[in-house]
Design a protein. Structure first.
Length: 94
């Protein structure tokens, strides 16, 4: 069995394919914290923060179309064009 060094492991994870999911998760955390800290006074701004996060996640899908290496997490996740299409549809649907 071949042992991967740290640089090869990080490269094989290819975390950039999951950037839209990271953005959506970060947006959700920001929304929860803003609502928890400031509450009612900023309640009317929360939907706009959510829409901004979804828009950024949609924009993050664009450069992934041209990625040649679509395997991530040592092959456990594949970011093929059909999967990207469905991820875009799900982001737009929300």
């Amino acid at each position: 069995m071949e042992v991967l060094n740290t640089a090869d492991l990080i490269e094989s994870l290819n975390l950039g394919l999951l950037a839209p999911e990271y953005i959506v998760t970060g947006t959700l955390i920001i929304l929860l914290l803003v609502d928890l800290i400031w509450g009612r006074p900023v309640a009317n701004k929360l939907p706009w923060i959510g829409l901004l996060g979804l828009g950024l996640a949609s924009l993050a899908l664009i450069p992934i179309w041209s990625v040649s290496n679509t395997d991530s997490f040592l092959g456990a996740f594949t970011g093929d064009p059909l999967g990207l299409l469905f991820r875009g549809i799900i982001l737009i649907d929300r």
